[in-house]
Design a protein around this ligand. Structure first.
Ligand code: MSP
Length: 691
């Protein structure tokens, strides 16, 4: 049944209760790089991504945002799709679990499991975590979910159950017969230990909410979100359809070759999913690959921790290639890795602007200047050992890069390719083509031609290898090399010496300009602006208790959050606003807070209080005195003229004998709560209201 020339890869489908951030981007970029490369290796590749749109969590997020679930999911799904387009993600299909093709496919899978005797009706009384859509054993009313730490809710439900307990033996046998099914090894071991410790039947329907796929012939129940979500990998390629074209597609691509996931959803993919498939007598995916987390300030980047970085900020400053390269080069695949703006800009400047950018521009401009823009003829007779060394390093680089990329060692593969870039840059410096060009004899001319051919050929090879990772810059270098459209490139035949002498270069332009020093600050400001906007515009869910967002198997959870939070500097927190039972405030509560733009007119230190600044802030209608605890982070002189966000309708209070009429809004970073003032990128007048 399997088609050996095909390659089917999937990302998880992302929840639409939150906007995309660079954690989601990470998985998607990894899959895109793999899919692009497999296409260039001649495989019939299918790359699927999409959005997970059902469940109580999403129903509640929509209600909190004051719109219907449908309108809510449409909006966020469009944001994911728009972001993937900007990131140059070459997905072949984008599945949404609210689409009819998916609904039909999930119902068909459910019926198939029922008919094969793996689903029965029972009842459940106990605790339930809405966030993880999970029943929690042995927990009393209100006790925290062991996965996320949020309070559980008590439910009494009649449910359909899946006979997961019957799958213990078959799963263990499958894992042992397919050692590459779960990667890396540590995850595989955790999964095996989890299954060995015993499996209980799994509830696969809910009656407590409506936003889901109805159970066939019993629409009071909706199908458990994970059964619904996991099935996307099959429904997107035609499972459950009567149309012969869909059936052909399913036969062509199923089983998937790679399900790429983050480590926190290992249990769902490596236990439940194969159990459903075994029970349904359908082929299992070839491999499930779990990567680590992107950390920001030491904890997992996630909306609930409030420590996310949006990809848009990086796209607006460095572009897609910059972010793609950083994610694959900086994070060792499989392990957790830290994100920081500093590291991002450093990598961009060092590896892309300096190393590759310079190699490309100096090589191509010298060919233009000294040889009228035609690729030179290397001298067949007089190759130096330096020339030979570059040629053989390039051959070795091709072989190593392929092997490392195949093993998902993206960082090493890029390191390998950039060693060639460094070697060629060094070769150019040592051979001084600009000095050789000064000498107008025949031998020097031949020497110059060889140096430039060697450099251009090495550039071509690195460009080809790096294309799946940095598609834009490489496509432009390829065109400038006179090679046309890079999408026609066949990576299988890439070898030294294929660059044809005499090829006419295209117009040479810089491809990877250096990022300015101020880029880090600009990105930080943009993030700050975006977090103020989203804190104001969206109904953020409450932060979980600091238990860490542990992986579902026995893997350790993340450390307690050191995430930045938005709070008025120097005092009260917004969370003191009338929280409801689920810790959310209503829009009416929020509207009680009057947020305004202010312009700092006067700022000075408060005697005897090393943390406090006294400011006079123009809020349009009046000038207010505000005392804020930001003196350690801001020089008073530098604040004059700065636009800030203030809470304008707080009751006055006295600090060190000075009356403070309002509060300044700032992010609070790290354990010591270092304040960073909220601000705007556009010019806004003092007095403007925020809403
Ligand atoms: N909807 C489920 C998946 C269903 S798949 C059948 C879900 N969605 S999610 O929106 O929470 O996305 C989780 C995935 O996003 C992770 O598994 C990972 O691929 C990616 N990431 C989200 N945050 C991440 C980090 N901070 N770091 C790395 N990857 C991250 O779970």
């Amino acid at each position: 049944m399997d088609n050996p020339g095909k390659f089917y890869i999937t990302t998880p489908i992302y929840y639409v209760n939150a906007r995309p951030h660079i954690g989601h981007t990470y998985t998607t970029v990894v899959c895109d790089a793999v899919a692009r490369r497999q296409r260039m290796m001649g495989l019939d590749t299918w790359f699927l991504t999409g959005t997970d749109e059902h469940g109580q969590k999403i129903e509640r997020s929509a209600a909190a945002a004051g719109c219907s679930p449908r309108a809510f999911v449409d909006k966020i799904a469009a944001e994911f799709r728009g972001l993937w387009d900007r990131m140059k993600i070459t997905y072949d299909d984008f599945i949404r679990t609210t689409e009819p093709r998916h609904v039909r496919g999930v119902q068909s899978l459910f019926t198939r499991l029922q008919e094969r005797g793996y689903i029965y009706k029972g009842s459940y009384s106990g605790q339930y975590c809405v966030f993880d859509e999970l029943y929690v054993d042995a927990a009393g009313p209100g006790s925290p979910c062991p996965e996320c730490g949020r309070p559980t809710e008590t439910v009494h439900e009649e449910n359909y159950f899946f006979k997961l307990s019957a799958m213990e033996g078959p799963l263990l046998q499958y894992y042992s017969e397919h050692p590459d099914f779960i990667r890396p090894e540590t995850r595989r071991n955790e999964v095996i230990a989890f299954v060995r410790s015993g499996l209980r039947d799994l509830s696969v329907s809910r009656t407590s909410f409506k936003w889901g796929i109805p159970v066939p012939n019993d629409p009071k129940h909706v199908i458990y979100v994970w059964l619904d979500a996991l099935a996307n990998y099959m429904t997107a390629i035609g499972f459950g359809s009567d149309d012969p074209k869909d059936q052909d597609k399913f036969a062509r691509y199923w089983p998937a070759d790679v399900h790429m996931i983050g480590k926190e959803i290992v249990r769902f993919h490596c236990v439940y999913w194969p159990a459903f498939l075994l029970a349904a007598d359908l082929p299992l995916p070839r491999s499930i690959i779990a990567h680590g987390w992107l950390l920001f300030e030491e904890s997992k980047m996630s909306k609930s921790r409030g420590n996310i970085v949006r990809s848009e900020t990086i796209l607006d400053t460095l572009g897609a290639d910059g972010l793609r390269y950083f994610l694959l080069r900086e994070i060792v695949f499989g392990q957790d890795g830290s994100f920081s703006f500093d590291a991002l800009v450093q990598r961009f400047n060092a590896d892309l602007a300096n190393d590759l950018g310079n190699l490309s521009s100096r090589t191509l401009s010298m060919i233009t200047r000294y040889f009228g823009g035609e690729v030179t003829y290397p001298s067949p007779s007089e190759r130096t050992s330096g020339d030979e060394a570059i040629a053989s390093l390039a051959e070795q680089t091709i072989a190593d890069f392929h092997a490392q990329f195949e093993q998902f060692q993206f960082s090493r593969a890029l390191e390998t390719a950039w060693s060639l870039v460094a070697a060629v840059n060094k070769y150019i410096v040592e051979n001084e083509p600009w000095a050789v060009a000064e000498r107008d004899d025949k031998d020097s001319r031949a020497r110059l031609a060889t140096i430039l051919y060697t450099s251009a050929e090495a550039l071509r090879i690195v460009t080809a290898l790096a294309h799946p990772v940095i598609p834009d810059a490489t496509a432009r270098i390829w065109t400038q090399l006179g090679l046309g459209d890079i999408s026609h490139l066949d990576l299988r035949t890439l070898a030294w010496g294929q660059l044809q002498p005499g090829t006419r270069l295209d117009k040479v332009e810089p491809v990877l300009p250096r990022a300015e020093k101020s880029t880090v600050e600009r990105m930080q400001q943009m993030e700050q602006q975006r977090s103020v906007e989203s804190a104001i515009a969206s109904s953020e869910e409450p932060k979980p208790a600091a238990t860490g967002e542990g992986a579902p198997t026995s893997s350790p959870g993340a450390p307690p959050s050191a995430a930045p939070s938005l709070s008025p500097a120097g005092g009260n927190s917004m969370s003191t606003l009338l929280p409801t039972a689920d810790n959310k405030i209503t829009i009416d509560d929020f509207l009680k807070v009057e947020l305004r733009v202010g312009e700092v007119k006067v700022a000075e230190r408060v005697k005897g209080a090393d943390k406090l600044l006294r400011m006079e802030v123009d809020i349009g209608s009046e000038v207010r005195q505000i005392v804020a605890g930001i003196a350690k982070a801001y020089e008073p002189e530098k604040l004059i003229g700065r636009k800030v966000v203030i809470v304008a309708n707080l009751q006055p209070r006295k600090l060190r004998g000075l009356e403070s009429n309002g509060m300044i809004v700032a992010a609070s970073l790290g354990d010591d709560g270092q304040p960073v003032l909220a601000g705007f990128l556009e010019d806004v007048p003092a007095g403007a209201k925020l809403k």
